[in-house]
Design a protein. Sequence first.
Length: 94
Amino acid sequence: MWAVLIDESAVKFLDSLNKRRSEHIKKDLRLLKESPYPWQGLGDKKEIKGSSKSAFRMRIGNYRAFYVLEENKKTIKITEIMTAEAAHKKYGHV
């Protein structure tokens, strides 16, 4: 099983949402513990091409969570969570 760490900026974003939305996102992020890879497990996940690290995004309704893997430590670091609109403006359609 993988460990999931959430960056401080992602925690702040979750805290800015209403409790119901925040809990829904956290529930879906817990799915990553079983399998963070797009080709395995539950969740709409996609690898981000062109990144020097193992970078991925997970679609959670109208939100996107971006994460990187530290495979040797079996650790997932959630680096950003944002609305789909903000993600598309910042990264294009990922």
